[in-house]
Design a protein around this ligand. Structure first.
Ligand SMILES: Nc1ncnc2c1ncn2[C@@H]1O[C@H](COP(=O)(O)OP(=O)(O)OP(=O)(O)O)[C@@H](O)[C@H]1O
Ligand SMILES: [Mg+2]
Length: 280
């Protein structure tokens, strides 16, 4: 007898944010940083959180990192609630002074591996592999203060990827770099992703960077951050920066970010209407 398999529809997103509201205590009560933000990140996504300063991008990233807990809603990684930081989520920050200055490049990359219990030989092999991947093979024994900003960014990325996290969390990692170096780092990140296909959650307030780096972009409203729209941007990259299509997408995003919230004046509904439906 031919039995049709029972179809189970399930959402096997790697990261699920559902109705995430985050508040900080303040002198006069609380500051609401994000309001009911929902999104799913799939394995291999280059998922970007885009929005103006103060809309809660870093706050969301910290919550995914397990450093702060939502006031309401849920954050799940692999169907398990995120309750604390873990080696499955590694953060790369904007400030490259996150590298201890007394450790060489190799020691910096090895350090979290050793702290996580890896054997020295294994940690060294993995560190050297990723240092070479980010093009710093000649600088394994250099100290951070002798490196340029772009080189420190590469060390931070090598250190994070060597940990083989399930998701790489990047908070404006290139914002402190000059325009040319920033562009080069975006290119290198893209090349690393092509090779290793890691999953990343990338925060930026630059529309152009979001289009270049991301395959999906979540647009957040100004403070408190709410979802304004979610768009697909896999067709864009550095090669298309400056093309008419790229410019049109950037203009459209600008309109969605800074335009009126809702024709009927109801805040918070724009996101649902525009989710996955924005032609770019
Ligand atoms: N530790 C804190 N205590 C109180 N309020 C905070 C704290 N951290 C952030 N906030 C507030 O939460 C809101 C969101 O801040 P957040 O740093 O997440 O914004 P952002 O989108 O990352 O901005 P930027 O692009 O400037 O980095 C802001 O109004 C900010 O003032
Ligand atoms: Mg921030």
């Amino acid at each position: 007898m031919n039995v049709l398999p029972f179809l189970v529809v399930q959402n096997d997103a790697l990261l699920r944010a559902h109705g995430v509201t985050i508040e900080y205590p303040s002198g006069r009560g609380t500051v609401r940083a994000t309001h009911e933000v929902s999104f799913d990140v799939w394995r291999g996504d280059r998922f970007v959180l885009l929005g103006p300063s103060g809309c809660g991008k870093s706050t969301l990233l910290k919550a995914v990192g397990g450093f702060i807990a939502p006031r309401a809603g849920s954050l799940m990684l692999n169907d398990r609630p995120i309750l604390k930081p873990g080696p499955d989520r590694i953060v790369v920050f904007q400030e490259f002074d996150q590298l201890p200055p007394w450790k060489t490049v190799k020691q910096n990359v090895m350090f979290p591996l050793l702290a996580g219990g890896a054997a020295r030989k294994e940690a060294e092999a993995r560190a050297l592999h990723w240092i070479a991947k980010v093009g710093l093979g000649r600088f394994v024994d250099a100290y951070p203060h002798t490196l340029s900003g772009g080189m420190k960014a590469r060390v931070a990325i090598a250190r994070a990827l060597a940990m083989q996290p399930q998701i790489l969390l990047m908070d404006e990692p290139f914002a402190a770099l000059d325009a040319l170096t920033r562009r080069r780092m975006q290119e290198e990140l893209q090349a690393l992703w092509e090779e290793a296909r890691f999953t990343m959650l990338f925060v930026t307030h630059s529309i152009e960077e979001a289009l270049v780096v991301g395959n999906r972009i979540l647009l957040l409203s100004p403070h408190p951050g709410r979802v304004r729209a979610e768009i697909n941007s896999h067709q864009f990259g550095l090669h298309s920066a400056g093309s008419p299509e790229f410019q049109a997408a950037a203009n459209r995003i600008h309109g969605l970010l800074f335009g009126p919230e809702d024709t009927a004046g109801r805040p918070g509904r724009h996101g649902d209407r525009n989710r996955q439906a924005v032609p770019t």
